[in-house]
Write a protein that binds this ligand. Sequence first.
Ligand code: PGA
Length: 251
Amino acid sequence: MKKKLIVGNWKMNGSLAANAALIAALKDGLAAQAADAGCGVAVAVPAPYLAQVQALVEGSRIALASQDVSQHAVGAYTGETSVEMLREFGVRYTLVGHSERRQYHGETDAVVAAKAQRALAAGITPIVCVGETLAERETGETENVVKRQLAAVVHAVGHCVTELVVAYEPVWAIGTGRTATPEQAQEVHAVLRAQLAAATTHAQDIALLYGGSMNAANAAQLLAQPDIDGGLVGGAALKAADFLQIIAAAD
Ligand code: PGA
């Protein structure tokens, strides 16, 4: 069976002390589980803490992820972080196109596609986030929206599509405590899988994560769906006990 992947998205939370305590608790919890335990685990941390968390997770099951990356290689882009910089800190995954970036920073499908392409070229796996707003769901636009968002990336990356991770995050479920039902999530995941299958014969190997109020109580049911290969976890990733339970549900 394909290994699942659980990614914690810390968003703009944390401090040197809080990060150290959280990673220590996660490492303790993971050590208590089977050494060959199954699923992949990563944490997407704020950029200033990459060096700290890189050192903390060394030798553990936890991989390092970034929450964003620049679409540009280098130069006069104040405030941005390049793929080469991320590489220096051992970053394995980067989120691209999180709905908070699309919403608050005006990231378009084209920008998200350029970021995904840039990450892939540097050997960093992009976790491409897609998802509809509540208004889009209520007007029956869900399928069109997620397909449009994914199509831009698939078109840009060409044969590298198999290197992507895709995260379906309905915007109305993020941070709201309102989770998509397993059936609602599966329905969209099946659409995304079919779209990927049109681009590659290896669509089954591409991890499709669900995100949006995933927690210790609902993770197992969501992860049991045939096309849900893992989770992108926000709020619950800040509490070691909750995040460990989600990982256990995926192991
Ligand atoms: P949430 O966030 O789990 O707090 O809803 C998920 C995300 O935005 O990645």
